[in-house]
Design a binder for this molecule. Structure first.
Ligand code: GDP
Ligand code: MG
Length: 371
């Protein structure tokens, strides 16, 4: 409903914009011709002009709507690896744990390429893949959620066993519960003499996070990002959770990926770190992400090596967008570069118009305060 502006409505029913404005004004509603009409205003106008108003979402075909009730062809579905997000209080060891898992699991010959910390990568445990993502920041995480496009399948909450539950741990618990994802608690820093797993368990139990060995349903695993103890246990638990989730997607469909991070790099342009959610993303694909678009110029995998494509749940850096997309936005492949550009442009115009409409509304309210 917010997508119809006064002049557009006027055009659609063969009236002038001033006629529409006058009718609304006589009913005490102040609008300008560029303002968006609300549902109730549309209904009133319909009655006043004796016409039937049906509102269609102008951006319906541009906005990616994920609807699992829609009929999806599942004949090409295959099992896909789980995507795991690590969250927790600052300094409880999220980054250390991610780095340790990576260095412990990557083949020796490739170990040289992994000195640098990266925000997402895939490892193998018992021949099965798992993709990890560093906390994408609370803003990006809620952005992904609000778009219904959460990239995460399983959440690991890291709690330092010597420090226990802290304010950010509580925030993370709330996020994790709201996401509906299965949760595993990693009690980190178990190598420390002061580590106290029972303290962590009882503090978590108070937050309705009851450990399995206390009769609850949440797995608590002691780990050390320094020694690597417990990491195999953690990974095996992730695979058990993943199996129960029965994660599946179609590798042959048009690719859809989530942007977990994006930056502008000197000499490379906008670089988007993505995780593929369905389909296969290939070099040469026409892509749109949020209000940005382009053609995939190059892809590097999580080892920094150039690759031709990224498969299900795989992660890498994508070059070729015309601008930096927002974290949490969804990258979707289009049939042509024109289509990708049109969608991005429409979205950008729409966002701008909304901003403009907001500012006129504010000034009108300010004015009415003066009268
Ligand atoms: P983050 O803020 O959650 O990403 O935490 P970091 O990974 O940056 O770790 C914070 C500090 O805790 C660093 O000084 C790490 O070296 C230390 N640390 C992380 N994991 C462990 C662990 O398992 N054992 C010990 N003793 N120290 C750890
Ligand atoms: Mg960190």
């Amino acid at each position: 409903p917010e997508d119809v502006r006064v002049y557009e409505f006027a055009e659609a029913c063969g009236k002038s914009a001033s006629e529409v404005i006058t009718v609304l004004f006589s009913l005490g509603m102040m609008v300008t011709k560029n303002d968006f009409l609300k549902q109730d205003e549309l209904e009133i106008l319909g009655e006043e002009f004796g016409i039937e108003v049906t509102v269609k979402d102008a951006l319906e075909d541009v906005n990616y709507v994920e609807d699992f009730n829609e009929e999806i062809d599942k004949s090409n579905f295959v099992t896909r690896p789980p995507v795991v997000t690590i969250m927790g209080h600052v300094d409880h060891g999220k980054t250390s744990l991610l780095d340790k898992i990576r260095s412990a699991k990557v083949a020796k010959g490739e170990a040289g390429g992994i000195t640098q910390h990266i925000s997402a990568y895939t490892v193998e445990q018992n021949g099965k893949k798992i993709t990890f993502v560093d906390t994408p920041g609370h803003a990006a995480f809620s952005e992904m959620r609000s778009r219904g496009a959460s990239v995460t399948d399983i959440i690991i909450i890291v709690v330092a066993a010597d420090d226990g539950v802290k304010p950010q741990t509580e925030e993370v618990i709330a996020h994790a519960k709201a996401s509906g994802c299965p949760i595993i608690v990693a009690m980190n820093k178990m190598d420390k003499e002061t580590a106290n797993p029972d303290m962590v368990k009882s503090q978590m139990a108070e937050k309705e996070m009851l450990p399995i060995d206390w009769g609850g349903d949440i797995e608590f695993i002691g780990v050390s990002a320094h020694t690597g103890d417990g990491i195999d246990d953690l990974l095996e638990n992730i695979l058990i959770q993943a199996e129960m989730l029965e994660l599946q997607a179609d590798p042959s469909s048009k690719a859809k990926a989530t942007v977990v991070e994006a930056t502008l790099e000197k000499g490379r342009g906008p670089v988007a770190t993505v995780i593929v959610q369905s389909g296969t993303l290939r070099v040469g694909d026409n892509i749109v992400s949020d209000t940005t678009y382009g053609r995939v110029k190059a892809i590097t995998n999580d080892m920094g090596q150039p690759v031709k494509e990224l498969g299900l749940s795989e992660t890498g850096n994508v070059l070729g967008l015309n601008d930096i997309p927002t974290s949490g936005s969804v990258m979707v492949v289009q049939d042509s570069e024109k289509e990708a550009r049109d969608i991005a442009t429409t979205r950008a115009e729409h966002a701008r118009a909304k901003e403009l409409s907001k500012s006129t509304k504010v000034s009108l309210e300010e004015m009415s305060g003066l009268i």
